[in-house]
Design a protein around this ligand. Structure first.
Ligand SMILES: Cc1cc2nc3c(=O)[nH]c(=O)nc-3n(C[C@H](O)[C@H](O)[C@H](O)COP(=O)(O)O)c2cc1C
Length: 171
């Protein structure tokens, strides 16, 4: 898919066909995340990939808005170091956002849908995924083939108008 089409076709897909994602397609998504830019190239991320149905169902309970994780073909948990300084925490979140979007675009390019999910219960998610102390799970990204409608460029996205968002030269 053309990059411009992928950007326009990406949306949160929360219902999936049940078709598994083949290894090379999933690895391309993860590789897109690994290649993402980060502040001072710190790469403050680890990706825990979950495809086991029972584990996905357990993960889907760590946040009320994570229910779609249960039926995803694969979910990637973004794990990052806890930072004491507020500014550092901000950059970690920024970097994770970049990795998220890279993975979502690599997914849509392959016809695979994706959806964010926040994490409420850190203790439970640590228990389920086994990541070390001093790290937290910032979010989950669910992936799967869309069961609602195919990924095609969206003509009128639900967004603030272009001229309201864009300021040229000065606000
Ligand atoms: C930081 C962040 C957290 C989000 N958390 C959730 C979530 O917990 N559950 C969910 O269903 N969607 C979540 N979303 C998805 C947004 O609701 C969605 O991106 C937004 O409504 C725009 O819709 P679209 O992605 O389909 O264009 C999250 C998105 C972001 C960027």
């Amino acid at each position: 898919m053309e990059t411009w089409d992928a950007i326009r076709a990406r949306r949160n897909v929360r219902v999936y066909t049940g078709q598994p994602i083949e290894g090379p397609a999933l690895d391309r998504i993860l590789e897109a995340g690994r290649r993402s830019p980060s502040s001072q190239n710190t790469q403050p991320w680890d990706f825990v990939v979950v495809t086991d149905r029972a584990q996905l169902q357990d993960l889907s309970k760590v946040w009320q808005g994570a229910r779609h994780v249960a039926n995803s073909a694969a979910t990637v948990a973004l794990v990052a170091p806890m930072r004491s300084e507020e500014s550092q925490r901000g950059w970690v979140r920024y970097d994770l956002g970049q990795a998220t979007m890279s993975m979502m675009l690599a997914a849509v390019d392959q016809g695979i849908g994706s959806a964010h999910a926040a994490v409420g219960d850190q203790d439970r998610v640590r228990q389920l995924l086994g990541f070390p102390e001093g790290r937290f799970c910032a979010s989950l990204i669910a992936f799967g083939y869309p069961a609602d409608r195919p990924l095609r460029p969206i003509r009128n996205p639900n967004r603030r108008p272009f001229d309201e968002v864009v300021h040229r030269g000065r606000w």
